[in-house]
Design a protein around this ligand. Structure first.
Ligand code: GDD
Length: 685
């Protein structure tokens, strides 16, 4: 995107008010290396910067009985990398609008390979969790979340926080133009990219809000907004010696915030919510009221305003709604702000009387306020909602609850990370069962400790276990030949080789076909009997491995390495292994079979992944759990290497410093290792 460069920024205490910037180009092309920095006007924001931010952005979509066709259009405009949180307050019962919304979202997510949440704000479980976390101001007398878009937005903010997102944005679901929706989400990301502060808000101004009366007329928007802007500006002007008209977006329904900022604000119920967000920022961070939040005052708060190109076409709800439901509450929150002086208050009262919103001798009514989301115990809320979240997940079965650890991790002082082998380690060497380790897996998840698989298994095989166990962390496949990272896992952009579904794949090994063609050179030249998985049928793989047919088929879906079965005496084995090296391949021994590959090893993959963890979440204490020779490199790369017992109750001999032997075969030993992780120190090597 190319956007007008920033003009004069105005300061209001620690709040930086940016004048409205216009967009010149919605898409400014691919990155072209240029010696001239783009700080000269106009400013260009790269596609990958926008995409990087959108991966950390949750878009909250409030909906109340909207036309489902229009809703469908809105969904198609939300950029692929944003997480959608649909907050519904639609009619239930015989005519179940929530059901329709859910079906549409489900179809959309399956077709586009996306995940989303859909929540009805009247779900009693939500009310109970909020009551338990001490956030009862949002509840009605029945203990349910009150009706209202603002209440829906608040729940959206809490869920985005629980899911570890960095930013939250709001887009109404009555928008007729999917292209406009797409543009809004671009603006949000661009706004965030323009700020160096963790406390940032982007508010949109629509250039045109067309009116459908006979001919299409591109009307500048809008009367209500102009009045609200006028009084917000009056409020600011009255605090200094210079008049300002900097605020043009006091009613911006379409806006976004960093969650760091969102969690500190006080929200108004009803449609005064957007104006109140501004007023709450002024109240807390203009330095005019005490106490002050030192961290925010130091970094400052950026309020970025941008003007959209697409027109805003949405459901019109009539003049009375505009005055009563939008203007009145918006002026009310200015009027009742403790910093608002009498002059502004008098003008607001007079204006509301003129518009017949209040009687001649009437008072400006005050609104119920919702306390800052940070007053909710986020970890408790996450834990209480953990099971319920899977019912909100779209498509069904998406293990959303397990996305909670990154959020919890951020609140921990010393983060820990577990890298684990699968076969013979987390999985029993004979039965492939992880049952003995299941409780420990859950405990690590509750503690917010990521579990990174690092195994010879293929991506397809590992996905089965990740899905069953609800593990959403990155994983290392085919003995370190590739690292697979869920798209929204890391905040900062990084280099990857390709995208597969919802994953970025960093490839360290050569493709399978290359490995196969080198192995073919061995054919018929060895005294030992050499068989590759690629030459076997699924049934044969199942027979030699003991895997069921499904898992055997997935084991055959190799992308980088080949599993080789070598049958012969010791001498024949040695000469075959030497021949594998001669053709340019390396190999590892996994306990039963050999893995041949070209490039990449578990240790190298662990180190690369660790760098990404450090970059995104800070330093971590690392633990490795393995059982056999091919785990040595992984175990060498971690702070605390541990080895579990093999099927015959002994430990393989590995040349790894400080290696700790834990008793228990496979998953039994894994459970013991995990309890050491939970209880032990996090002192780095
Ligand atoms: N979850 C939830 N709960 N959503 C709701 C509720 C509710 O109780 N009530 C309305 N919504 C949804 C609507 O379905 C729509 O998608 C969105 O919230 C906005 O509601 P509208 O009633 O269409 O608002 P508006 O068009 O009059 O006002 C919009 O623009 C104003 C000025 O910019 C809203 O965005 C206002 O918040 C904004 O101030």
């Amino acid at each position: 995107m190319r956007i007008e460069s920033g003009k004069q920024v105005e300061h209001f205490g620690a709040v930086r008010l940016h004048p409205v910037r216009r967009v010149l180009e919605l898409d400014s092309g691919v990155r072209i290396p240029s010696p001239i920095k783009d700080s000269v006007e106009p400013q260009r924001i790269d596609r990958d910067v926008i995409a990087g931010i959108q991966r950390e952005l949750a878009i909250v979509l409030p909906i109340k009985d909207e036309d489902v066709k229009v809703f469908e259009g809105v969904l198609s405009g939300i950029p692929h990398d944003c997480l959608m949180i649909v907050m519904s307050n639609s009619r239930r019962g015989e005519i179940d609008n929530l059901k329709k919304e859910r079906e549409i979202l489900d179809r959309f997510c399956i077709a586009t390979k996306r995940n989303a949440l859909i929540v009805h704000q009247k779900d009693p479980r939500l009310g109970e969790a909020l009551a338990d976390c001490g956030y009862s101001q949002i509840l009605d007398e029945k203990g349910l979340v009150r009706s209202g878009k603002a209440e829906g937005m608040l729940i959206g903010i809490l869920l985005a926080m629980a899911l570890g997102k960095e930013y939250v944005g709001f887009i109404d679901t009555d928008n007729y133009i999917p292209g406009a929706v797409w543009e809004y989400a671009q603006h949000y990301a661009v706004g965030f990219s323009l700020s160096d502060s963790p406390y940032v808000m982007t508010r949109l101004l629509w250039r045109y809000k067309p009116k459908m009366s006979g001919e299409l007329y591109f009307r500048k928007w809008g009367r209500v907004s102009e009045i609200t802007n006028k009084y917000v500006n009056h409020f600011i002007s009255a605090k200094g010696r210079f008049e300002t008209d900097i605020i043009k977006t006091a009613n911006a329904g379409e806006h976004a915030m960093s969650l760091q900022l969102a969690k500190k604000l006080t929200y108004a119920t009803g449609y005064g919510v957007e104006t109140q967000e501004l007023m709450s920022i002024f109240e807390q961070f203009s330095g005019l009221a005490s106490p002050v939040d030192k961290a925010v005052m130091e970094k400052g708060v950026d309020i970025i305003q941008t003007e959209t190109i697409n027109p805003h076409v949405h459901e019109e709800r009539g003049e009375e709604h505009l005055l009563k439901d939008i203007l009145m509450p918006s002026l009310s929150v200015i009027y009742h702000n403790p910093l608002c002086e009498d002059g502004t208050r008098r003008l607001i009262t007079r204006h509301l009387i003129e518009l017949e919103c209040i009687p001649r001798d009437g008072e400006v009514p005050s609104l119920l306020m919702l306390p800052p989301p940070e007053t909710v115990d986020a970890v408790k809320f996450g834990r209480l909602m953990d099971r319920t979240l899977s019912d909100y997940a779209i498509p069904k079965g998406w293990p959303v609850g397990v996305s909670l650890p990154p959020a919890a991790r951020k609140t921990r002082e010393a983060a820990k990370l577990v890298f684990t082998d699968l076969d013979g380690t987390l999985l029993h060497p004979v039965s492939y069962s992880y049952a003995a380790a299941l409780d420990s897996v859950r405990k690590l998840q509750e503690a917010g400790i990521p579990i990174v698989f690092c195994s010879a298994k293929t991506m397809a095989e590992q996905q089965v276990y990740r899905h069953e166990l609800g593990i959403a962390d990155p994983f290392i496949i085919e003995n370190g030949a590739a690292i697979v990272v869920p798209k929204d896992y890391f905040r900062f952009p990084f280099s990857f080789s390709r995208i597969v579904d919802d994953y970025f794949v960093i490839e360290l090994g050569a493709p399978y076909q290359e490995v196969r063609s080198k192995l073919r050179k061995l054919c018929g030249k060895q005294e030992a009997k050499v068989t590759c998985f690629g030459d076997l049928t699924t049934e044969e793989v199942s027979k030699v491995t003991g895997l069921n047919l499904l898992m055997a088929a997935l084991a055959k879906q190799r992308e980088y390495s080949e599993t080789v079965i070598i049958e012969g005496d010791k001498k024949q084995l040695q000469s075959t292994l030497a021949a594998i090296e001669e053709v340019g391949l390396s190999y590892t021994f996994g306990g039963r079979f050999y893995e041949a590959c070209l490039g990449g090893d578990k240790g190298k993959a662990v180190k690369i992944l660790l760098e990404l963890f450090k970059l995104n979440f800070g330093d971590a204490y690392t633990v490795g759990i393995g059982d056999s020779l091919n785990d040595a490199e992984m175990l060498t790369a971690v702070d605390s290497p541990m080895i579990v017992q093999t099927g015959d109750k002994r430990w393989n001999k590995l040349n790894v410093k400080n290696l700790k032997r834990v008793s228990g075969i496979g998953p039994e030993g894994w459970a013991r290792a995990a309890s050491e992780v939970l209880g032990g120190s996090s002192h780095k090597k």
